[in-house]
Design a protein around this ligand. Sequence first.
Ligand SMILES: Nc1ncnc2c1ncn2[C@@H]1O[C@H](COP(=O)(O)OP(=O)(O)OP(=O)(O)O)[C@@H](O)[C@H]1O
Ligand SMILES: [Mg+2]
Length: 376
Amino acid sequence: MIKFENVSKTYSDGFQAVKDLNFEIRSGEFLVLIGPSGCGKTTTMKMINKLEPHTGGLLTINGKDIKKTDTVTLRRSIGYVIQQTGLFPHYTLEQNIGLLPDLKGWDKGRKKQRVHELLDMVGLDPDTYAGRYPKELSGGQQQRVGVARALAADPEIILMDEPFGALDPITREQLQDEVLRLQQDLKKTIVFVTHDMDEALKMGDRIAVLKAGTILQLDSPETLLRAPSHGFVEEFIGKNRVYQNPEFIPVKEVMRENPATVLPHRSPLRAITYMRNKKTDTLLVLNEEGVLLGIVSAYDLQANIDNASQVGEIMKPVQNVLPETATAKDALMAVNQAPYGIIPVIDSRKRLIGIVTRGTLISTFASHWAGKGDEV
Ligand SMILES: Nc1ncnc2c1ncn2[C@@H]1O[C@H](COP(=O)(O)OP(=O)(O)OP(=O)(O)O)[C@@H](O)[C@H]1O
Ligand SMILES: [Mg+2]
């Protein structure tokens, strides 16, 4: 755990770049720092590995004051990736990645094995790439090597300062996915700086929004989107952005309550009459407790009106349902596969609480994209 207690940084010219930071970065957490240029993101990050020692307050890693930790030892236990990879041009990739293991005194065999393993891990074939020089790689490949190098000595913490800032969108997305995958496998604590809110939302367990050397809000992507604590945060995120990120919207917000339902022992004729009144062509079949049993369409009822006496004999099982914990993204993905275009939303006891249809999705999203907020 990295803990900031009233941490500040005043540069030698007297400029206070970071003011009284109070927050914690949990072990295994992916924490994103975001904010406008000059707000102190890089400074905050560099204080952690003492590239820019803090000038006030207490900064601890796993309870140890970093001021009292030997700087070289500290740096070797923290990986660092920056935008301009910082690879040594006259070293091969093997030498670049092997630098820290070298410093740690690993023997040749162990080092070579580790370098190959790491190249593999970041998607570069070791046999092809180990002997190459940085200039013989594309920007994206260089960044991969940067990530491999940061992982070389298996540090607990990795600092990444706009690591993908200079990459084209496709390469950037690939590397984001790889880093997320690595993070899941390796459970590192990652502090990641970016300018890009989409990247922040995709990568972060939590996101800290900085402005002028202070943290305005530190929250999960979901909370940040749904409950920005300051006008500045909301502006910075972009109003209504939550509707561009349906994975953060609970399904209940795109669902309609009280859909037309029927008990299984009703007669088909009665069900058809009821559907006409309700102007619907499907009914969900529920038992007395509200548990979803099946679905029946007007067409099926008509076709079987003479050879069935109860709706329950005609209903079909519902294959696609969403739990109430689902998101609007789940609903968007499921709606095309749903028979009759209806996805029931059920609680943990299988009781129906609403339905999602293309219509409910469109009306929710359209109203927000049209900038009308909740009016529609
Ligand atoms: N060595 C230094 N001496 C004096 N001031 C500095 C120094 N380094 C940075 N600053 C100032 O501290 C503030 C924060 O800088 P920092 O590099 O942390 O910002 P940042 O949020 O990383 O910005 P960017 O998004 O542009 O990278 C800026 O106003 C910057 O000019
Ligand atoms: Mg910076």
